[in-house]
Ligand binder design. Structure first.
Ligand SMILES: Nc1ncnc2c1ncn2[C@@H]1O[C@H](COP(=O)(O)OP(=O)(O)O)[C@@H](O)[C@H]1O
Ligand SMILES: [Mg+2]
Length: 240
């Protein structure tokens, strides 16, 4: 099966600083993959590269076989890739509903997702639709950020650290919505520092360290010790 989304030898820079060194990643239609790794591993840089927030060499990112590495963020959304950014990035002066509607600007074809279906997915957002986004709890704000991304009816949904700073019960609620998002047709890339959460939802896992992929495989075939080494580097035992 051809890949829906693929990076080939992807490199990414902030000025002179190189954050990513030759990342090869593949995502197939309907698949959910997870990218795990410690703080600073390059996970967000990988997501920002795919989403067009950071410019890359064109042929380092392929979507449906077409090079998209150097197109801008708005064009990436139009083609069907939406990012839920780390830290949510809602518009504080806008209501919940206005924040959601922003996600449908420049939208492609009509699809499953609309205000109504987002409210069905997260009913609490319908109740709070006239409230400023900042009046919501952290978990509810994360729901708005996911809903905003869904409003573009993406074929690929990129989620950067959804669970950061949220209570376990809230994280469970949010990941509970992913079954429905998958059924509606999106392939999903989940970035997580929480390894257990990543292994639970993903068909395949990529582990990143210092800007490189250090391990990849299905949750069942990955060994805990291998994940630990790929995530943190040499174990403290080996260093001693
Ligand atoms: N805006 C930026 N300017 C300069 N360096 C950055 C910027 N954002 C991230 N970095 C650096 O790039 C590397 C990867 O960061 P990031 O992709 O945010 O990692 P992660 O999401 O895995 O925590 C880190 O060394 C980080 O300090
Ligand atoms: Mg990050």
């Amino acid at each position: 099966m051809p890949n829906l989304l693929e990076t080939r030898g992807l490199t990414a820079f902030y000025g002179d600083f190189q954050a990513i060194f030759g990342v090869d990643m593949q995502l197939q239609a309907g698949e959910t993959i997870a990218v795990i790794g410690a703080n600073g591993a390059g996970k967000s840089t990988l997501m920002r590269s795919i989403a067009g927030v950071i410019a890359n060499r064109s042929d380092m990112i392929l979507y449906r076989g077409e090079p998209i590495g150097s197109i801008d963020a708005a064009d990436v959304v139009r083609r069907g890739i939406a990012l839920v950014p780390e830290g949510r990035r809602l518009f504080p002066s806008l209501t919940v509903e206005e924040n959601l509607q922003i996600g449908s600007y420049g939208k492609r074809d009509a699809g499953y997702w609309s205000l109504n279906t987002v409210y069905e997915l997260f009913p609490v957002l319908r109740e709070r639709r006239r409230n400023p986004a900042t009046a919501l709890s952290g978990g509810q704000q994360q729901m708005v950020a996911i809903g905003r991304a869904l409003m573009s009816n993406p074929e690929v949904l990129l989620c950067d650290e959804l669970s950061l700073g949220l209570a376990p019960v809230v994280i469970k609620d949010i990941y509970g919505a992913f079954a429905k998002i998958r059924i509606a047709g999106a392939a999903i890339v989940i970035v997580e520092q929480d390894i257990a959460q990543a292994l639970k939802v993903a068909d395949r896992v990529y582990c990143m360290m210092e800007g490189k992929i250090t391990l990849t495989g299905g949750p069942a075939e990955l060994d805990r010790a291998d994940i630990h080494a790929a995530y943190f580097g040499a174990s403290t035992d080996e260093l001693a």
